[in-house]
Design a protein around this ligand. Structure first.
Ligand code: FE
Ligand code: FE
Length: 309
C-alpha cells in the first residue's frame, strides 16, 4: 500500500530529512528511453513509430555524450534569472537565441533516415534558415502545433530536448524554486509531460512531475489537479487490461472535473522500469479514449504532434 505523505506532513511528523524538491535526470536518460521504447514497441499498434522515436533517442543520447558545443548559461545570466524569479533555462527566451540550433544541426548530421518520409522531414529541416527554425521551435514550445509541419515535430522536439537536458545537467540546481504554476518546470518553465509516483524508501508515494523539455522532475503534492489546483472529484482512469486491477495499473490518468483536463502518471510501485516519455507514447489509446469522453489533454510530448499519430 502506498504511503502518501506531503512535505508538510513529513515535517509535522517530526521527520528530519529534507525532501528533495528536484530530481535531475540521469546522464543516460535518452538511452533509457530508447531501451524502454524498443521493448514497448513489441505488440504495440504503433510499433513502427515507437521504434523511430527510439532511434531518435539514441541520437539524443549521442548529443549528451558528445555535445556539439560547450556553451552553457553563464553566471551572469543565472544571477539575472534568480533576481527576477525566472527559471534559469527559461525556454521562451533561450529558444530565441541560436545555441539550441547547434544541437539541431548535429542531430540532422547524426540521424539516419529510416524511410522516405523521415528523409523528407530531415531535408526540410536542413534546408530551413535560422529564422524559420526559430519560428517553428517557438510554435512547438508554445504548444501552437498549427505553426509548424507535423512531420517535423519529433526531430525538432528531439533537438530541443537534447539541448535543454544537456544544459540542465551542467546547472547548479540546489537553489531552484517552484514557479507560480504547479505545472511549470522550475528549471526551464516548460509544462509537465507526465507525473511519476515514486516507490523507493522515504520517497514512496511522492509525486514528481516530469518536464516535457529538459526532463527535470519537481515535487508536487498528490491528489491535486496540477492545472487548476482543485482536489475535488479527481478520477483515475487507466487502459482496460484484464490482467491488472485498476488500482494496480502502472499508468493512470488523473482526470479533473473542475477544469476538464488530465495528466498521465506512472506508478513505479507497479512497474519499476517505467519511464515517463516512453510510457506516454505507448499509451496513446488512453488519450484517444479520454478525447472521446471530451476531456482535454494539456500536457505536451515534444515527440508527437497531437492528432498526427
Ligand atoms: Fe524543464
Ligand atoms: Fe483541474
Amino acid at each position: 500500500m502506498s504511503q502518501i505523505l506531503d512535505p508538510e506532513e513529513i515535517q509535522a511528523q517530526g521527520g528530519s530529512f529534507v525532501l528533495p524538491f528536484l530530481h535531475v535526470p540521469p546522464d543516460n536518460l535518452f538511452a533509457l528511453r530508447a531501451e524502454r521504447l524498443e521493448s514497448l514497441a513489441a505488440g504495440n499498434p504503433m510499433a513502427d513509430y515507437l521504434r523511430l522515436i527510439a532511434s531518435l533517442c539514441r541520437v539524443q543520447q549521442s548529443l549528451l555524450d558528445q555535445p556539439p558545443q560547450d556553451w552553457t548559461p553563464d553566471n551572469q545570466r543565472l544571477d539575472l534569472c534568480r533576481q527576477h524569479g525566472l527559471p534559469p533555462l527559461a525556454a521562451d527566451s533561450l529558444v530565441r537565441e541560436v545555441h539550441w540550433q547547434v544541437y539541431l544541426q548535429a542531430l540532422l548530421q547524426r540521424c539516419q533516415p529510416a524511410n522516405d518520409k523521415v528523409g523528407q522531414a530531415l531535408d526540410r529541416l536542413r534546408d530551413a534558415d535560422e529564422g524559420q527554425l526559430k519560428v517553428w521551435a517557438i510554435s512547438l514550445l508554445g504548444g501552437q502545433y498549427a505553426g509548424l509541419p507535423a512531420a517535423l515535430v519529433p526531430f525538432l522536439g528531439a533537438a530541443l530536448q537534447a539541448a535543454w537536458s544537456q544544459w540542465l545537467l551542467t546547472l547548479p540546481t540546489d537553489n531552484l524554486k517552484p514557479c507560480d504554476s504547479l505545472n511549470q518546470c522550475p528549471a526551464c518553465g516548460s509544462p509537465a509531460m507526465a507525473g511519476v509516483i515514486r516507490h523507493r524508501g522515504k520517497y514512496t508515494g511522492l509525486r514528481y512531475l516530469v518536464c516535457s523539455l529538459c526532463a527535470c522532475e519537481w515535487h508536487v503534492v498528490r491528489v491535486k489537479c496540477v492545472y487548476c489546483e482543485q482536489s475535488k472529484g479527481l478520477k483515475y482512469v487507466s487502459l482496460d487490461d484484464d490482467r491488472v486491477a485498476a488500482d494496480k495499473a502502472p499508468l493512470r490518468a488523473e482526470v479533473c472535473p473542475g477544469c476538464n483536463s488530465y495528466l498521465k502518471h506512472i506508478y513505479l510501485e507497479n512497474d519499476a522500469q517505467a519511464e515517463a516519455l516512453s510510457a506516454d507514447l505507448s499509451s496513446l489509446m488512453l488519450d484517444m479514449r479520454l478525447d472521446l469522453d471530451g476531456v482535454q489533454r494539456i500536457a505536451p510530448n515534444l515527440m508527437l504532434a497531437p492528432g498526427a499519430a
